[in-house]
Design a protein around this ligand. Structure first.
Ligand code: G4P
Length: 220
């Protein structure tokens, strides 16, 4: 576990096992803790986007899911799109599909549809994916920026497995809020979930952030 007050010098050794630290260090440097357990990372992740960081994240997921036989990446708008699109470069340019939240004339034909409850935004919204963009033989990697309560993931899993009959072969998350139940829920269902940074606690008063060590992930 590392805390902000023990911030280490940013000496990057670009080995595979250091990549997760790249994101953690960026969160410590540029992230901000807001009241209500919100981690603000819009300067590099979900508003302004650091594509070099995204590429390093994609490379790390490619290493972690090397044996998963991924044929397609699925994400959800809006913040997942940039991360997933860059990650596809590390997965031999597999197609990337994002679940849409708003009806659009650009989607023709039939769609898979589900409802997702957002605890953060206190509302339920519909998401949908064109049926032709997920095939039963697909081995899908789901990618998203945050994992909090896991409702977005549950919705995507419903579309991919229950409706399209495809396989969720992996789930890659940039930042998991380990003190919320989503990670535990998804892992307990047997999915291979890899979060590049797991925040175990955040203090809005001091700005201190603690991360879970990677060897603690399996203890969930
Ligand atoms: P869940 O999807 O895991 O159930 O979580 P929740 O309902 O709490 O999250 C709703 C939205 O808020 C999601 O974005 C999620 O990525 C985002 N979110 C959750 N916790 C944080 C946080 O601490 N910081 C930030 N920056 N975002 C957080 P969304 O509704 O899909 O919106 P979008 O930003 O992708 O458009």
């Amino acid at each position: 576990m590392r805390v902000k007050s023990k911030y280490r010098p940013r000496l990057w050794i670009e080995t595979e096992c250091e990549r997760m630290e790249l994101l953690e260090e960026r969160i410590l440097r540029d992230g901000a803790v807001r009241p209500g357990n919100v981690l603000k990372v819009d300067s590099f992740l979900n508003h302004q986007m650091d594509v070099a960081l995204f590429k390093a994240m994609g490379d790390e997921w490619a290493r972690l899911f090397a044996d998963a036989g991924i044929t397609r990446i699925v994400t959800i708008e809006a913040s997942g799109i940039g991360i997933a699109a860059v990650a596809a470069l590390s997965f031999h340019n597999v197609p990337v599909v994002y679940a849409k939240k708003t009806e659009s004339l650009n989607v023709d034909g039939e769609v898979y549809r589900t409802k997702i409850q957002s605890f953060t935004k206190k509302r339920i919204y519909d998401v949908f994916v064109g049926k032709k963009y997920i095939q039963p033989e697909d081995r899908v990697l789901i990618i998203d920026d945050f994992l909090a309560n896991g409702k977005a993931l549950e919705g995507l899993i419903s579309i991919i497995e229950e409706q399209a009959g495809a396989t969720v072969a992996g789930i890659g998350i940039a930042i998991e809020k380990g003190f919320q139940p989503g990670g535990r829920l998804i892992r307990s269902k047997g999915y291979h979930l890899e979060s590049l940074a797991i925040v175990d606690s955040m203090d809005p008063e001091t700005g201190a952030i603690t991360f879970r060590r990677s060897d603690e992930t399996g203890a969930l």
